[in-house]
Design a protein. Sequence first.
Length: 346
Amino acid sequence: MNPTTWSILISSLATGTIITLSSYHWLLAWIGLELNTLAILPIMAKQHHPRATEAATKYFLTQACASALIMFSSTLNAWTTGQWTITQLQNPQSVLLFTMATAMKLGLVPTHFWFPEVMQGSTIMNAMIISTWQKLAPLSLLYLTANHLNLVVLMTLSLMSTTIAGITGLNQTQTRKIMAYSSIAHMGWLTMALALNQNLTLFTMTLYIMMTISMFTTLMYSTSKTMTDLGLAWSNSPTQLTLTMLTLLSLAGLPPLSGFAPKWLILKEMTEMKLLTLATAMALLTLPSLFFYLRLTYLAIMTMAPAPTTTQYKWRLKPKYQKMTQMIIPSTMLLPIIPIAQNLTM
């Protein structure tokens, strides 16, 4: 792709999200969402492959429908209340429409069917952008309207996302689809945090983005597209594979890694609000996700392709894992800051 075209698309992608993040008017937020969607479509389709074209088409149709629903809900709210401010979403029908439209943009269950297919048809870099940067704008709208959203709907979406993502991810062999269902499950926890404590949402989102970027970076450097590739990646760099294992366990939410912190704080909030049954269900429904994370960890660190000692390592000129440590260290070692995070989210 032409460098000028590439720079225009990347700057438009960033500008669209920034416009939505900084807007308080529904029309400006909608413009930011549309600019964001239109900027990433050429990036997704530039591979000139049928799967890439299919992924870009599915992404465009889904995001266009969700943006139209957001525009309809904001217009309906302005018609009934006379307010175009995002924080004044008071009409019940508008609230429900907006919640489902944002769930479609985030890939929450039951509007998640497009997400794994789009991830599978994209490159690892594009999949990382879709899983992280593209979620900031819809999440900012949810954050601004959190005081008017229906908590029962949010908690139902959260519980369904955690359940379906954990169960459906069990029989996947493609790493991008596994990361897609991992993202859906984490979006479920993020939605639950939004329903309980808005400050906790920011902490959960920050850790999710750091862990997801570090995992996609390891997949990119090891060129692992399937679980079999991950099992063969040891010969590229043993150190890189150890970092991959830590990142996977952090995504699974195992202590003493960073991914345990948001789940711990969310379960603590639910317990304080006397939602003991829901907290127990969320904790138990994380177990299927934990299983496929552990399966990936086992394949990555405990298996090795048969090879004679003379060909034990692949030829490599420069270790690549040094660039990954900037994201992997905070993704795995932030558990000691839980007291600080707890004070900030109170």
